[in-house]
Design a protein around this ligand. Structure first.
Ligand code: URA
Length: 204
């Protein structure tokens, strides 16, 4: 809607002015343009991990545990994600964020508008961290970041290029299955393992 374009226009200079991930966290905190902020979220959830990591993971959005603690991927799914990263020795070598920074009510998938309004901050995070590559965790992240129509079961494991909306360097991006999905469908873990190996090989 019309409010979305204005919110995106408001987000861009705020994101651009942030010179570090800490400054970006403060800019997100002060930003009033994301509708999710007024839908019951307790606090913004921006990132955890190394600000100069070689790998940046982008999930969907905060859930209840993240909303409570103010950090991404700290609930059950996050614990599985950490175990997956530990399996390839990457647990402490990543920077983790999401496509939106406030918990969607009832853990629904964030809308395209909510993702668009937060995107300038996600892009700025990528520009500040300058990782070697991106991992897009789950369908809502992969589809939004890559502007792709295919589902995650099609996208996963395929290296794509992510290009910033405002131009500049592109990044190799790997869509992966979401750990929350793997908790419900443990047989799908074999596919996630393939993708972790692909990530590990690409880094080697
Ligand atoms: N699921 C996500 O996509 N992100 C989180 O931070 C937590 C759960």
């Amino acid at each position: 809607g019309p409010g979305c374009a204005a919110a995106v226009a408001d987000a861009r200079p705020r994101a651009a002015e942030a010179g570090s991930p800490d400054a970006l966290a403060a800019a997100i905190s002060a930003f009033e343009g994301c509708p999710l902020k007024r839908m019951g979220a307790r606090q913004p959830v921006f990132s955890r991990g190394k600000p100069d990591a070689g790998v940046m993971l982008i999930g969907e959005g905060p859930g209840a545990d993240e909303d409570q603690r103010g950090q991404p991927f700290v609930g059950k799914a996050g614990q599985l994600l950490d175990r997956m990263l530990a399996a390839i020795d990457m647990k402490d070598e990543v920077f983790i964020t999401n496509t939106v920074f406030w918990r969607p009510p009832g853990n629904r998938t964030p809308t395209l508008e909510e993702q668009m309004v937060c995107a300038p901050f996600v892009e700025r995070a990528i520009a500040l961290v300058r990782p070697r590559l991106l991992v897009l965790v789950g369908g809502a992240s992969a589809k939004f970041m890559l502007k792709a129509d295919e589902g995650i079961l099609k996208l996963r494991g395929q290296w794509r290029d992510w290009r910033p909306a405002e131009g500049g360097q592109s990044y190799p991006a790997l869509p992966m299955l979401h750990p929350a999905y793997l908790l419900r469908q443990p047989r799908e873990k074999a596919k996630a393992w393939q993708d972790l190996l692909s990530l590990s090989e690409r880094l080697a």
